[in-house]
Design a protein around this ligand. Structure first.
Ligand SMILES: [Zn+2]
Length: 247
């Protein structure tokens, strides 16, 4: 039985009433001054408490990190997307088992997510779903940032900026006629996402990088991506646009 089956066997999502509606730590019972607005460390036991809305009664609750998946499942039932939820969990479990064999130890959640996203990248590239491809790369950057691998995270966010400036489209077809009409990358649809720019700004300040350091890295990364995906925008031109937006 996988971790997920064990979890759902223990807490049936329909019957369970998980979470504290009072400002009480779900790990150690420490009484907080008030209900936190978002994820917070308990001053009593130093563990991360999460804030969620419970689908059954729409009450704001405090939960443990291991309970997040249960609330996610309850919401999928409430939203009529339980089948997708279960399919995604099965895929997660399969990837976890595969990595466990490969590594000879329990993989981290990041390693499992990373492996899933790597697989998705290949599928999106094959189907010419370049918008989805870009989103998967962004999620990979988020994993690196979460794991405090700031240098690698910055590189991936710079790559996402370059992809965005090329205007990635979800073609979903490799038919030549279709692609002439709806090109996989169209610089006219190019943009820079404020959220990604914010991450780049934040990470370059954190690493005390100069604008020239960033330029060198951006050009190297872009040249690489341009070569492998055959993108239309020259790295130098993309840099001129990006550099105007950085603080
Ligand atoms: Zn606590």
């Amino acid at each position: 039985m996988g971790l997920f089956d064990r979890l759902t066997a223990k807490f049936s999502p329909k019957k369970s009433n998980i979470g504290n509606t009072q400002p009480v730590c779900p790990y150690c019972g420490h009484q907080l001054e008030k209900m936190p607005g978002r994820k917070k460390r308990c001053p009593g036991c130093d563990q991360h408490m999460l804030v969620r809305t419970r689908p059954r009664d729409r009450k704001k609750i405090l939960i443990r990190e291991d309970q997040a998946i249960l609330i996610e499942e309850q919401w999928s039932i409430a939203n009529g997307t339980h089948d997708q939820f279960l399919a995604a969990r099965r895929e997660y479990e399969a990837e976890r088992n595969r990595l466990q064999k490969q590594l000879g130890r329990e993989p981290t959640a990041s390693e499992i997510e990373w492996a899933k996203l790597t697989k998705e990248l290949g599928v999106h590239a094959k189907q010419y779903q370049w918008g989805l491809y870009r989103n998967a790369r962004l999620s990979m950057g988020d994993i690196l940032k979460k794991d405090k691998k700031y240098k690698d995270a910055l590189d991936v966010y710079l790559e996402v900026c370059y992809l965005d400036l090329n205007g990635p489209n979800n073609c979903g077809s490799t038919d030549a006629q279709m692609l002439r009409e709806f090109p996989p990358f169209n610089p006219k649809d190019g943009f820079l996402a404020p959220g990604v720019l914010g991450y780049v700004d934040n990470l370059l300040h954190r690493q005390k990088l100069s604008k020239n350091d960033i330029k060198v890295r951006f050009l190297a990364i872009s040249a690489n991506v341009q070569n492998s995906l055959g993108l239309p925008v020259a790295p130098e031109k993309a840099w001129r646009k990006l550099s105007k937006e950085l603080n």
